[in-house]
Design a protein around this ligand. Structure first.
Ligand SMILES: Nc1ncnc2c1ncn2[C@@H]1O[C@H](COP(=O)(O)OP(=O)(O)OP(=O)(O)O)[C@@H](O)[C@H]1O
Ligand SMILES: [Mg+2]
Length: 500
């Protein structure tokens, strides 16, 4: 029995002393705290301070009778369970009393067992009522907590400076914050529930959101991101991620949107600055280079050896700077979208033949074999500016020569896959550690290790190659193993595919 019930108070109201005392004995042994009253009014006086839970109430009493006490108690404290004590003759009245709210009745005279059974039932009822009340209170508390938690999360999401939009598995918007609406210039009353296309004007972002929502990106570790521009002067970066449920099913997508207009402007200003400076430096540097060449020519016969050496070094350096400036200008042009202005159908295998012929002497000085493999029969043409193609494959083959040991093997393999022409530049040279394989397409990135330390270069070749391949709607990828070699694969859409 719990402490609570040891403290349960029971009031016995009966004008017969024997009944009062007998009940007291039995109930005390059952663990109740027992109070007694011999009259109705006495019982009512006790109620307010005595915290009574159960009342045993005789119906027939002098003065205020049981019915009246019952009415009073029901009004004053309806939680008290009232058990009517009544003689056989008044069973009808007992039933009437039950109708008026008494909990149970016990006929007089009663056996102790009978009293125990009836009172135990009342006690159980009290336990259940209390438990139900406790659960109800707990439920209310949990609901209140949840409500506060929900509104707290909502407030946080609404105050985020970044846009947030959440879609369900069907790609319909189920949540968005004011920053999202603001970034996309949406009406404040646009409402939820419509497909993502109703909110976002960018086709590729909508496609990405739909793909993520339907679970296509569940196995990807990286966040998918897309840059887009909803208005002419605003650039946004969207990053999306699937929402995974408990059973690892995809419930939808959450997309975060950041304004990168300032970064873009800075990037453009930087590019313009680099382009301008490169342009301004190129003419004077070329003049210095030519003058050095001229002076060196004059000095070859009679000039002091030391001066000759110094001037040759200066000439080499100026030639390195001129090539760097050339690369920077190429990159600026690619960024400005000013390459391939006059594309024409080009037979890539012919062009590769020329490049391989041109670079063969360089490979020979390093005792490397440089071969070109072209399938039998004619290949479809690629619509492109031949200068862009020369730059792409010139860079890739030069890299293969530079980053392969003496005596190595370099192969250029062309084939035709579906709508693309595939060109692979393979070497069995130094290879590239996996962690650098994405980085080599970034500007100025060069792998610096024992083997590459003394090879000169600026790290602009591959960014130029990538920029050009992108502008031709092609793809470039690299597979490489440190110490074994590398394969750079370029896919270029053929003229027929481009027309289609
Ligand atoms: N075939 C290759 N094998 C091994 N490493 C390579 C190969 N191609 C490129 N790399 C690595 O990638 C880096 C970047 O190449 P990238 O062509 O961009 O610059 P670079 O050759 O260093 O300079 P340049 O601007 O003169 O071409 C190189 O420094 C080299 O470390
Ligand atoms: Mg290079």
């Amino acid at each position: 029995m719990s402490d609570d019930f040891n403290q349960l108070r029971i009031l016995v109201v009966d004008d017969e002393r024997d009944i009062r005392d007998a009940s007291e004995r039995i109930l005390t042994r059952m663990g109740f705290h027992v109070r007694k009253a011999k009259r109705g009014d006495e019982a009512i006086d006790l109620l307010p301070d005595d915290n009574i839970s159960i009342m045993l109430l005789d119906l027939k009493m002098p003065g205020m009778d049981g019915m009246e006490v019952l009415k009073h108690v029901r009004e004053q404290d309806p939680k008290i369970l009232i058990i009517i004590i009544t003689g056989y003759a008044t069973v009808d009245t007992a039933i009437e009393a039950m109708k008026r709210g008494a909990y149970d009745f016990i006929p007089k005279p009663f056996e102790p067992d009978h009293l125990r059974a009836v009172v135990n039932r009342a006690r159980e009822r009290l336990t259940l009522t209390r438990e139900a009340k406790r659960l109800e209170e707990q439920r209310k508390r949990t609901l209140a907590d949840l409500d506060t938690e929900k509104s707290r999360i909502r407030t946080i999401i609404e105050s985020l400076p970044d846009g947030v939009v959440v879609t369900n598995a069907e790609g319909q918007v189920v949540l968005m914050n004011p920053a999202f609406q603001w970034h996309l210039g949406l009406e404040t009353d646009i409402g939820l529930g419509r497909p993502i296309e109703a909110y976002v004007p960018d086709e590729s972002l909508c496609r990405l959101v739909r793909e993520i929502s339907s679970g296509k990106h569940v196995d990807y570790d990286d966040l998918c991101s897309i840059e887009f521009s909803p208005f002419s002067d605003r650039y946004l970066l969207a990053k999306g991620q699937p929402i995974i449920g408990e059973k690892m099913e995809c419930l939808g997508a959450v997309v975060n949107i950041v304004d990168i207009t300032a970064l873009k402007t800075l990037d453009r200003l930087k590019s313009e600055f680099v382009a301008k400076v490169s342009h301004e430096l190129r003419s004077p540097l070329s003049t210095i280079h030519e003058q050095l060449a001229f002076v060196l020519n004059e000095m070859v016969e009679e000039g002091p050896k030391q001066d000759l050496h110094m001037l040759s070094r200066a000439k080499e350096k100026t030639s390195g700077l001129i090539s760097l400036i050339g690369d920077l200008l190429d990159l600026s042009r690619i960024e400005a979208g000013a390459v391939c202005e006059e594309p024409k159908p080009t037979q890539v295998e012919k062009l590769l033949e020329n490049i391989v012929d041109f670079l063969s002497p360089r490979a020979k000085t390093r005792s490397q074999s440089l071969t070109l493999q072209v399938p039998n029969g004619s290949l479809p043409a690629v619509t492109a500016d031949p200068l862009a193609l020369e730059s792409i494959f010139g860079n890739l083959i030069t890299n293969a020569i530079n980053y392969t040991q003496e005596g190595g093997e370099i192969k250029v393999v062309v084939d035709h896959t579906g709508i693309n022409l595939r060109i692979r530049v393979e070497d069995n040279g130094f290879g590239i550690n996996e962690k650098y394989q994405e980085k080599i397409f970034e500007r100025f990135f060069r792998v610096k290790d024992e083997q590459t330390r003394y090879i000169t270069g600026t790290g602009l070749g591959l960014p130029i190659v990538k920029g050009l391949v992108d502008s031709l709607n092609g793809l470039i990828s690299v597979e490489s193993t440190s110490g074994k070699g590398s394969v750079f694969t370029v896919l270029l859409p053929t003229a027929g595919a481009a027309d289609g």
